[in-house]
Design a protein around this ligand. Structure first.
Ligand code: ZN
Ligand code: ZN
Length: 300
């Protein structure tokens, strides 16, 4: 995970000001467990989309559960601190398949509970490596955690065991769950096998860690800014059709004005006009509702 520990997101005022509240009336809180807040995002629509949020940890990661007519799709499995499978089973009895936006620990922690697991082929190996307690223990230190751990969670036994994917994804693959299709868009940049999932009919873009409000990590060892530029170009060609963005962290949903801000921001990074600050480790480009962190070794 490279230099991730060097950054303390809870000390970023922009990040801390974000709330898991939307100012339209399109969704409402449906359930709070010890660890998860579960929100039905589209109560008026036939295909239900739930956000499964982990607001007690500074990552504020969000997984999504979509109930198709034939099966349910779980997009990411969270940190593995609470039991996401129990949450899913509380919502649906449909068979559940998992698709991972990438292999980072905050999106793969609950993968061990499921049998059908899809990930981009570029991160299959990373998923099969698992994550050990030596690293994970550094991610649950006091100032990263704002909610008591759920019953049964033992920090000294916190690991993400190796998981073997059952499906290897590539760009333009289609995932069908009955009445709702998602196209895989390969969006490397944050990590080599990052994907977004695109429902063309509704204009839904599930964005993983590729874009969200708050600090976007383009500074990790596995990140690549040139690839990020190409990914943002893909978003530009999709822009007219996007209605709503469901990101992997912080506030959800986001409307397309955010996508516009991101596209414009990355253009400014590329042409050298973006405002930035820097420390000894990385450069931070600052925009209204997001930042982009880039390694100081990156040549622009
Ligand atoms: Zn990530
Ligand atoms: Zn993440």
């Amino acid at each position: 995970m490279g230099k991730r520990n060097a950054f303390l997101p809870e000390k970023n005022p922009t990040y801390r000001s974000l709330k898991f509240i939307c100012d339209n009336e399109l969704y409402y809180m449906v359930k709070m467990t010890q660890w998860f807040d579960v929100v039905l995002l589209n109560p008026d629509e036939e295909i239900a989309i739930y956000a499964i949020h982990e607001p007690g940890h500074s990552e504020e990661v969000i997984s999504y559960l979509i109930l198709g007519n034939e099966k349910a799709l779980l997009i990411d499995t969270g940190m593995g601190i609470g039991n996401i499978k129990a949450v899913v089973e509380d919502i649906t009895s449909l068979p559940v398949e998992v698709v991972l936006t990438h292999s980072h620990f905050d999106h793969t922690g609950g993968t061990k509970h499921f049998d059908k697991i899809a990930i981009h082929e570029a991160e299959a190996e990373s998923l099969q490596n698992g994550v050990d307690n030596d690293f994970l223990i550094t991610q649950i230190i006091d100032n990263y955690v704002w909610r008591p751990f759920p019953d049964g969670f033992k920090p000294d036994q916190y690991t993400i065991p190796p998981c073997t994917p059952t499906v290897l994804l590539n760009d333009q693959d289609i995932i069908s769950i009955g009445g709702y299709d998602l196209e895989v868009i390969h969006t490397p940049g944050h990590s080599p096998g990052s994907i977004c999932l695109w429902n063309k009919e509704k204009g839904h873009l599930f964005a993983g860690d590729t874009i969200y409000q708050g600090p976007i990590y383009g500074h990790l060892n596995e990140s690549d800014l040139e690839q990020y530029f190409s990914t943002i170009k893909k978003f530009s060609s999709l822009f007219d059709e996007v209605n709503v963005i469901f990101p992997g962290h912080n506030k959800t949903p986001l409307d397309k004005s955010f996508l516009q801000e991101v596209i414009y921001g990355f253009c400014q990074i590329k042409d050298g006009s973006a405002e930035f600050s820097q420390n000894e480790l990385f450069i931070t480009y600052e925009f209204k509702s997001f930042q982009v962190l880039v390694s100081k070794e990156t040549q622009i």
